[in-house]
Ligand binder design. Structure first.
Ligand code: HGY
Ligand code: MN
Ligand code: MN
Length: 412
């Protein structure tokens, strides 16, 4: 049977499927993603599932319940990564799902539901900027405007689909019919410090922050770094710098989080005043209202800076995922699983500021999540992501107990 050690061995094996020789990077519809889909599909088959690649490039698997064709409980997470990623963000959840399915295989004939797995192909949005593409296809919330998204090489999402061997016209086939998925459970490393601070291995997730992403452009006037006096300058980078500091200050004061992860000044000469700056904004809040209030504040600062400095301000929204609340009874299933596995009578409950595929799947089915302690202060989106074999072992026991508890509650 797959144990915690094997799960960690598999996470290490998938970490080697990377487009970056010096780190982990695996983006949507890439050869590296095809490689990990194949590996995960083989492991799903070994665990007793029938497998398929869905119309959006998600690797899928299914174990029938006590009779064929029953609605399914879906377990899942994602196999794509951010640049310079850790080995566990998403991947650990998929490996735990496969191990739980293997443990339930012997008693599948008593399950009141089928068990399905989704290894989502694009939770991060690294390649095309818009996140949750794989899980949105499954949830049936795909937007045809996505086809025109382009990556850094100018390849459109539609072209990338065809190159990957997928048919864009069949995208709707990725989404099960209403009622075919009755619940979604996801296990994921905590991308924060709270389990480590509390010295606990597991937590149940209460809700996930609503996220919006933007591509912002400030345009001024390039010029000679020596010849142009300050009062005549329209320096896009100096202006952008004022906006970036306001992003941090406004988000902090509203209890939200906001990050400028990418910024590029053009034309980029050391002796040229930047005429244009393009930068990203990732903005999240426990409520959409709080998040959107910060966005209004950022826009007000940007227009004041632009007026004062003679700059132009352009905005493109690249991602918008509303805050979602976990289903109360599924949270109880996860809580009961944690109690069974650890003896902890009052498991920790955490609000997730990190986004997850559950945000998209929430459109299709009720959901809940299990968090696993992540070492080094909970660092993530970083090679230092760390989980211990002991924590993975209790996570596997808790996740299995949660699914068994769900089955028992539906059989009673
Ligand atoms: O950005 C996030 O929160 C997630 O890891 N995609
Ligand atoms: Mn991530
Ligand atoms: Mn993730």
């Amino acid at each position: 049977m797959i144990d915690a050690r094997e799960i960690l061995v598999r996470c290490d094996a998938l970490a080697r499927e990377s487009s970056d020789p010096n780190g982990i990077e695996r983006v949507y519809l890439s050869p590296e993603l095809a490689a990990v889909n194949r590996r995960a599909g083989e492991w799903m088959k070994e665990a007793g599932l029938t497998t398929w690649l869905d119309a959006a490039g998600n690797q899928r698997g299914r174990l029938e319940g006590r009779e064929p064709g029953l609605p399914a409980v879906l377990l899942g997470s994602h196999l794509d990564t951010v640049p310079n990623a850790g080995r566990f963000d998403g991947i650990l959840g998929v490996m735990l799902a496969i191990a739980v399915a293997e443990r339930l295989r012997e008693s599948a004939a008593e399950l009141p539901f089928a068990l399905e797995i989704a290894a989502f192909a694009d939770e991060e949005g690294t390649r095309f900027g818009t996140a949750l593409l794989g899980s949105r296809a499954l949830a049936g919330t795909w937007d045809d405007a996505f086809w025109h998204l382009t990556d850094d090489n100018g390849t459109t999402l539609r072209e990338a689909f065809v190159e990957f061997g997928l048919d864009p016209e069949r995208i709707a086939d990725a989404s099960p019919k209403r009622g075919e998925i009755v619940a979604y459970l996801e296990a994921h490393i905590e991308q924060g410090p709270y389990l480590e601070e509390a010295d606990l291995p597991l937590a149940v997730v209460s809700s996930i922050a609503g996220a919006r992403r933007f591509a912002l452009t400030l345009t001024g006037e390039a010029g000679h770094a020596g010849g142009v006096p300050f009062h005549r300058r329209h320096d896009a980078l100096a202006g952008a710098s004022e906006v970036v500091l306001a992003v941090e200050q406004l988000a902090r004061s509203a209890g939200c989080v906001a990050t400028v992860g990418r910024l590029q000044a053009f034309p980029g000469g050391v002796n040229v005043i930047p005429g244009r700056v393009e930068f990203s904004l990732d903005l999240r809040g426990e409520t959409d209202a709080a998040r959107d209030g910060v966005w209004l504040g950022i826009q007000a600062v940007a227009s004041e800076v632009c007026d004062r400095r003679g700059l132009a301000f352009a905005v493109e929204e690249t991602h918008n995922a509303p805050a979602v609340v976990a289903d109360a009874s599924l949270q109880d299933s996860i809580r009961a699983g944690i109690r069974t596995a650890t003896g902890e009578q009052d498991p920790m409950v955490l609000f997730s500021k990190a986004g997850h595929d559950a945000m998209a799947v929430a459109e299709l089915a009720p959901w809940a999540m299990l968090f696993i302690r992540n070492g080094h202060g909970g660092i993530s989106h970083h090679p230092d992501e760390t989980v211990t074999e002991a924590d993975v072992a209790v996570a596997l026991d808790a996740f299995e107990a949660a699914v068994r508890g769900l089955a028992a509650s539906q059989t009673a």
